[in-house]
Design a protein around this ligand. Structure first.
Ligand SMILES: Cc1cc2nc3c(=O)[nH]c(=O)nc-3n(C[C@H](O)[C@H](O)[C@H](O)COP(=O)(O)OP(=O)(O)OC[C@H]3O[C@@H](n4cnc5c(N)ncnc54)[C@H](O)[C@@H]3O)c2cc1C
Length: 377
């Protein structure tokens, strides 16, 4: 039996960030990950990190040295229709609206972050948990057990049988790299089309692309040759940029899942294992980092027992508004911007135009995406 104060299930970017945040305040943490170390560091997803996420990564010592590409402005529009809005870092007085990083690089930075108290077990899967007095015991697939005061779940998803609300979007996100005909200058694009949004995020000299399509379309598009693939993206995105080459790295099925009870019995679920969101607007990991940071804040204020029922209940309550508002916001974006019909498209165009003309509304939306619930008045 291995004894620790906190056991973290999942060694992806969130599990490691949660362990580092708890390590910074002096707790011993053991992170158990089913994958081997190379697998997490090879994660092809590219994450747009908000300014608030950057601050959290700085606090836990994982920002310095991270290959982070600044987003200076975002252009939001719908293909073939009027109306667009542009958010810029300058108008908010920030150096950048956010930064784009490879998920694998974030994992590596978190593993190398300074500070003791965090140890990693790779290639072991947690198969069950049970409460024993004031501890929780985790059973591993290799026969070993881990005893902790608190188990933090950061497994990256929610199984269907775990009481989550589910909406299958019938879509896949294709993750790709694209080169275009001009320097991006830190400008990101969110382009809504009836088939799904296309996001371009500045990454090195190129763009990292999150291209959302229907399930059947994803299979067809993945089978295209290079030139046909480039032409397909050009048609989907429209003529505002000219694509020179496109390469697809991975594809993810998209669904909305929300765990009804994200804490209890010395266990707490964070990030994707508490809520799995559509990647539109890049909110999943940003929300997850806020979940993890606030947990560490609660434990810092009451360090006697990190798994105490009252502490976990208060953490769940304090996270409720941010979780539900971010979930509802991303789901509404997909419902509104994927709905077909000329009247609906005109309404969306009007909303984008109004957003562009009304500085306070634009500032409010930007702050909400950058800081989460902290931005509510
Ligand atoms: C296409 C796409 C684009 C996205 N873009 C953005 C973005 O721009 N911004 C943003 O904020 N978010 C974005 N997201 C969301 C973001 O990718 C996720 O929130 C984040 O990567 C999840 O990290 P994680 O550590 O929770 O999970 P994962 O990276 O999935 O890691 C989970 C780990 O848990 C381990 N594990 C699972 N079960 C067990 C077990 N029983 N025992 C031990 N280990 C276990 C797995 O091996 C894995 O290593 C995007 C998502 C997608 C699909």
């Amino acid at each position: 039996m291995i004894d620790t104060t906190v056991a973290v299930v999942g060694g992806g970017p969130l599990g490691l960030a949660a362990a580092r945040a708890l390590g910074v305040i002096g707790l011993d943490c053991v992170v158990v990950d089913a994958r081997e170390p190379e697998a997490a560091a090879a994660d092809p997803r590219v994450l747009a990190l908000s300014h608030g996420s950057r601050q959290i990564l700085e606090w836990i010592g994982a920002w310095k040295g991270l290959d982070a590409n600044p987003i200076r402005a975002i252009h939001i529009s719908q293909r073939g229709r009027f109306g667009r809005t542009r958010l810029s870092a300058d108008e908010l007085g920030l150096p950048a609206l956010g930064h784009v990083c490879r998920a694998g690089d974030i994992v590596a930075a978190l593993r190398d972050a300074p500070g003791g108290g965090v140890s990693l077990m790779h290639g072991s899967r947690v198969e069950g948990t049970r409460c024993e007095g004031d501890a929780v015991v985790l059973a591993l697939d290799d026969g070993r057990s881990l005893r902790a005061r608190l188990a933090v779940f950061a497994e990256g998803g929610i199984a269907e049988q775990e009481g989550a609300i589910l909406r299958d979007y019938g879509q896949h996100a294709l993750v790709a790299t694209a080169s275009v005909d001009r320097p991006h200058g830190g400008l990101a694009w969110e382009r809504f089309t009836p088939e799904g949004p296309v996001a371009l995020l500045p990454m090195g000299e190129d763009y990292s692309v999150v291209w959302v399509v229907g399930d059947d379309e994803a299979r067809r598009i993945r089978a295209l040759e290079d030139d046909a693939l480039r032409d397909e993206l050009q048609v989907r995105f429209g003529g505002r940029l000219r694509f020179e080459s496109v390469r697809i790295h991975a594809s993810f099925p998209l669904a909305l899942r929300l765990r009804r009870t994200p804490a209890g019995n010395r266990r707490v679920w964070l990030g994707n294992s508490a809520q799995t969101l559509h990647p539109v607007a890049g909110q999943g990991f940003n929300l997850a980092l806020r979940d993890a940071w606030e947990l560490a804040e609660f434990v810092r204020r009451e360090p006697q027992d990190p798994g105490a029922a009252s502490l976990l209940l208060r953490h769940a309550r304090s996270r409720r508004m941010d979780r539900l508002a971010t979930t509802a916001f991303t789901d509404a974006l997909i419902r509104i911007f994927c709905a077909r019909g000329a009247g609906i498209a005109a309404g969306r165009g009007g909303a984008l135009l109004a957003l562009d003309l009304l500085d306070p509304m634009r500032g409010f939306l930007a702050r909400r995406m950058i800081f989460g619930a902290r931005a509510w008045p």
